[in-house]
Design a protein around this ligand. Sequence first.
Ligand code: PLP
Length: 475
Amino acid sequence: MQFISTRGQAPSTSFTEALLMGLEPDGGLAVPTSIPTISAARLEEWRSLDYTALATAVIGLFATDIPEADLRRIVSAAYGPDRFPAPVVPLKPLDAVAPGLALVGLSEGPTMAFKDLAMQFLGQAIPYVLARDGKVLNILGATSGDTGSAAEHAFRGQKGVSVFMLSPAGRMSDVQRAQMYSLADPNIHNIAVDGVFDDCQALVKALNNDAAFKAEHNLGAVNSINIGRIVAQAVYYVWAWLRASDGVTPQERGAFHVDVAVPSGNFGNIYAGHLTRSMGLPVRRLILATNENNVLDEFFTSGIYRPRSSAETLATSSPSMDISRASNVERFMWQLLGPEEFVARWASLETTGALDLTDHLEAMRAEFGFVSGTSTHADRLAAINRVQSEAGALIDPHTADGVTVALRHMEPGFPTLVMETALAAKFAETVEEALGEAPQPPASVRELLAKEQHVVEIPNSEDELRALIARSAVR
Ligand SMILES: *Cc1c(COP(=O)(O)O)cnc(C)c1O
């Protein structure tokens, strides 16, 4: 399997080359040159597999330059019982809220958010490729919470890799901060910048634009556009369909379709859903949920994609979805338009600030099954409350956005799976606002909050960051 760039100006690569590259040299995203198919017979063969075996099979369709035995070792380490309790991704029925509604438990990993599922794969696959090729990597990133902690927990203690993670001083939740700063591994560097998240991102960008510094220190990233994250996320869509159809008779399985609702920000999670649907997984509709930062809902309802500036991006109570430029949507548009037309029309986005795809709106709905909706702070509180009172379950504010929009679109006869992108304990403040009382934090969270924290504080200064990396980079 080969991968090419959406922008069409970069040479094709293998999976492991695309994995290390992240962004393509022409600024585009890696896409597979062909889409493998999942037949009904293959799904039945996969039904008896545990999560690790299924991940080996699904990722193996794309990662064809990693020998199967090696891939199995990588995946077994990523999803082992020390990181995810069996069965890794549980289905949690919410029939008491609406018959056929269920959560897909994506947040059982070390940082209580769905990003662990993709990042733990990278945390094993990238060191494997580095060792094979005799390379090292210094991961430089900026985080407002979930990405940074998932990356640090995935790469802690790994050989040949260091992580330099910038975060805005004093602006993360207590749990997010503790998940990152409690790590004492020498290859993990927490850097609190005196500034906001945009300042952190600007520092990362400045260093990435310095090609000489970047090459000298082997700087890289593991952001949500990395192809390895996409294929690792594809696994749980297949898994969720299999588990949802376990109770259906074999004769009825051929016609068994589900709707899947996904709390979305950067379009990474739902793009993996779109990919598996394109492969033939029986998903009827992909229900995209945004918070008040609803650029993607606007796109899927009007056909016009108009990213917003960071100044226009609101700080909401589902902060991991406070995104106004959804990088991964580029992959979807590339498929929607085809390579040539994509390149021509993408240029208009850069000149006019908007992309008008109203002529493809019907295909987005009919052919690709997308519907969407916006959830507000009041909707989140109501959903957290309703799920608690009707089903006795606690959900986090991001999952609440998914539940809200799922219930708006749900139709009888179609089971609806909502991707649970974080656990309530990670965002206790909003859960408390919704329920009127703080959820009892699990013992693991109480222990975490009590741990000693390790962080270097720096001013919003490029020079200080350069000096810090030059001192501590793995080489
Ligand atoms: C990252 C994140 C999202 C958004 O996922 P995308 O892949 O960026 O669309 C939603 N919820 C939580 C809790 C997250 O951490």
